[in-house]
Design a protein around this ligand. Structure first.
Ligand code: DA2
Length: 264
């Protein structure tokens, strides 16, 4: 199994998240400060996404990354490989994403004299507390919603990227840097617009259980959210998600493509 794609996915994910970090911190006015936890988690998850995507295409089309410009895979194969990558990345992402959402939504100020201590003191304390208070399964709270969010939207992500690259690149050639940046940016926006409804539900499921259980499952969470807040609830955060998605994914795809070309 070729591993370059996993390594390139790790490095490009890390570079993308450096750009996305200010958006992540602003998004929920949270306490998710510092870079070590996101680098250790999101970059690993990106490595799973790109590695599984490329290796699934290898299985489906018998072409390596280097051969794919000359023999482009069909959009059906790209979609299936993207969905496979999305499904597996969601499984790896679930505990990390839960910790991120719990820390971001924590409202107690961090260690101010005289104020009550925050429920979670940091990522490791958060993971240990969830494990202690909610059990091993608690670490995977919201994982179903995450899988439903990421499986189809990663198909959309790679189809948008490939479609735009093919549109603006002469046959058989590698796309230019400008094309990769624009195609990567729009792939990020398309996938996040499609993912936002389930992203909202996923975050609510992940916060559920902190004080008491409110939702019976993903469907119950959807129905009660729409009943209480209307259909607009599914588009909460879509603007900031898209604003963040363009630079993050432009840089992710540019670094991924160039790393594989250098090694290739
Ligand atoms: C949930 N969705 C839509 C995605 N994860 N889309 C792919 C973008 C991945 C990138 N690391 C990012 O955070 O934007």
């Amino acid at each position: 199994m070729p591993v370059e794609e996993f390594v390139a996915g790790w490095i490009s994910g890390a570079l993308g998240l450096v750009l996305g970090h200010p958006f992540d911190t602003v998004k929920l006015l949270g306490f998710f400060k510092g870079m070590s936890f996101p680098i250790a988690s999101i970059a690993v998850v990106n490595s799973v996404l790109f590695g599984v995507y490329s290796n699934t295409l290898l299985v489906l089309t018998a072409t390596s990354h280097q051969e794919r410009r000359a023999q482009p895979p069909s959009y059906t194969h790209i979609f299936l490989a993207g969905c496979t990558g999305g499904f597996l990345q969601a499984y790896c992402l679930a505990p990390f994403d839960l910790i991120k959402v719990r820390l971001q939504n924590q409202t107690e100020p961090m260690a101010q004299p005289g104020s009550p201590p925050p429920h979670y003191r940091g990522p490791v304390h958060c993971a240990a507390s969830i494990f202690r208070e909610e059990g091993y399964r608690g670490l995977f709270r919201g994982a179903w919603a995450l899988m439903l969010r990421d499986t189809p939207t990663m198909g959309i992500y790679f189809i948008t990227y490939e479609g735009l690259c093919r549109q603006y690149t002469p046959e058989g050639q590698n796309p230019s840097s400008a094309t990769v940046l624009v195609a990567g940016g729009f792939a990020g926006i398309a996938s996040w617009v499609a993912a936002t409804p389930l992203d909202v539900i996923k975050s609510r499921m992940q916060m559920d259980g902190l004080r008491r259980r409110v939702y019976q499952g993903v469907l119950d969470c959807m129905v009660s959210s729409v009943r209480q807040e209307g259909l607009g609830v599914f588009f909460r955060g879509v603007t900031i998600n898209s604003a963040r998605a363009f630079p993050v994914n432009a840089v992710t795809f540019l670094s991924y493509e160039y790393l594989l070309r250098w090694w290739g």
